[in-house]
Design a binder for this molecule. Structure first.
Ligand SMILES: Cc1ncc(COP(=O)(O)O)c(C=O)c1O
Length: 464
């Protein structure tokens, strides 16, 4: 086949691209957080490749949107097949993969939680969250949400109202009612200065006490009616630094929510699709959510597709009638085809076993590195959602500067592993942006984990 590429497409250099980027592209996305944005040209498996074809082992995987590896042939072939048959269709009509994927997702939830439900599709995580907000309002007739400090649910105007970062509202305001933000059980820096092994979930008890008087602004104890009728939670904070709640936490929290008739909304947009060793991260905590929002790895980062599952009692056609939430691309055929292939893969493979095994091996390695790098204050995580928190000399003050240096150094592409030139792509998160998050794909090999650990060790030694 003759190439469609023109000369400019074949010959443009990274420097020329960056010059055009700085002239024609808005700086409103996240590229220009970095002073020297990086250009990549191809990706495969666990690696991104630069113009010289140097491989960079990727520990952020498209912000967890490519859990099943870059350029995954099976998903790509499914997409190509779809492109060649029904690449476009107005969302007013029914098509095969929208329905089949909905069935698979509902059955997966029914098996796990014993609850029937339905799926509502959209594109992009924030849009799924926005649609969910409408569902909650339709059901509860109240507007306001509880959400976690450290939680992130999107950057549209409505979702910034329930994402904790004030920075994202500072300039732009917000339409929706701003959430009431509740401290996340971040045990390394306990918001209540307690110790995890002896606190007896003090944070949940503190939360419950907020409902005991009308003067605390949340509840009228004479009829138990609350102003906040939904709690949106990431079981493991994503953007908030891959911090996992301690075992048992969500069971305790859910008791309080049930007592006051508050819906539990599970945001799995970053942690879903086996990031934590389960289809949904909340399964690690043994509670059943009322709604689950998902996106990202549903299609392995191919054609964007997002959505939510809700219990039948909330999403039945009477409660959520035709026209409630929709966009032109909401259940696009390419995304739904990719999602269907992902769900088939999940059914065939054994990620429930392999992801926790790999996660343990990786975390054990991080613990070893921690022993000879005082700058690592804490390591932890769940499945392949791992973190290393960098601190100053005192062992606790966040070391954001060092974290930034390590990330930039990994992107230089001048490391070596087994004699081959390479780089390491890391991402940071957390309240203080001092946490390195490790987000490998679920097929990562033992050798690639060893590579990540060795390169991290080198980078810390260089930058400390
Ligand atoms: C937990 C969570 N919710 C919502 C979103 C928003 O998704 P999107 O960036 O696709 O709008 C993200 C994005 O990172 C996320 O991590």
């Amino acid at each position: 086949m003759t190439s469609l590429k023109t000369d400019i497409e074949n010959t443009i250099t990274d420097e020329e691209l960056l010059e055009l980027d700085s002239k024609y592209c808005s700086f409103g996305d996240t590229v220009h957080y970095s002073k020297n944005p990086k250009v990549f040209h191809r990706c495969d498996g666990a690696y991104m490749y630069d113009a010289d074809d140097t491989p960079y082992l990727d520990m952020q995987m498209y912000f967890s949107a490519a859990n099943f590896g870059y350029n995954n042939r099976r998903i790509i072939d499914a997409v190509i097949e779809q492109m060649n048959t029904l690449p476009q269709i107005t969302p007013k009509y029914v098509h095969k993969y929208k329905v089949l994927l909905s069935e698979k997702l509902c059955k997966a939830c029914e098996t796990r939680f014993g609850e029937a439900g339905r799926i509502n599709f959209n594109v992009g995580g924030a849009q799924a969250v926005e649609d969910m907000i409408k569902l909650v309002r339709a059901n509860t007739h109240r507007n306001s949400f509880f959400a976690f400090q450290g939680g992130y649910h999107g950057k549209t105007v409505a979702t910034t109202a329930i994402s904790s970062n004030f920075k994202y509202r500072e300039k732009y305001g917000h339409y929706g009612d701003r959430a009431h933000f509740v401290p996340f059980p971040y045990c390394f820096r306990c918001p209540f200065d307690k110790k995890c092994d002896s606190c007896d979930f003090y944070c949940v008890k503190h939360f419950e006490r907020q409902f005991d008087s009308e003067y605390k602004g949340l509840c009228n104890p004479s009829d138990n009616e609350t102003e906040y009728k939904a709690f949106i939670a990431e079981p493991v904070l994503g953007t908030g630094g891959y911090i996992n709640a301690p075992e048992g936490y969500f069971k305790e929290l859910k008791k309080v929510l049930d007592k006051f008739g508050i819906m539990f909304i599970d945001d799995e947009i970053q942690m879903g699709f086996y990031r934590t060793g389960k289809l949904w991260a909340i399964e690690n905590y043994g509670v059943t959510p009322d709604v689950i929002c998902f996106a990202k790895s549903l299609t392995n980062g191919m054609n964007p597709l997002s959505g939510f599952w809700a219990k039948e009692k909330y999403i039945n056609p009477e409660k959520f009638p035709p026209g409630s939430a929709h966009s032109t691309f909401c259940s696009n055929p390419i995304g739904t085809r990719a999602g269907y292939e992902v769900m088939k893969m999940i059914e065939e493979e054994n990620f429930d076993v392999t992801v926790p095994e790999k996660g343990k091996y990786f975390l054990d390695g991080l613990k070893e590195i921690q022993k000879h790098h005082k700058c690592i204050g804490e390591v932890g995580g769940l499945g392949l959602a791992l973190r290393a928190e960098l601190v100053c000399e005192d062992g606790i003050s966040p070391n954001r500067e060092l974290c930034g240096k390590v990330l930039a150094e990994g992107l230089k592409g001048d490391l070596t592993y087994k004699g081959q030139k390479c780089g390491l792509i890391l991402h940071n998160g957390g309240f203080y942006k001092n946490i390195i998050t490790f987000v490998p794909n679920v097929y990562i090999t033992k050798d690639e984990i060893d590579m990540a650990l060795e390169l991290l060790d080198v980078l810390l030694t260089r930058c400390e």
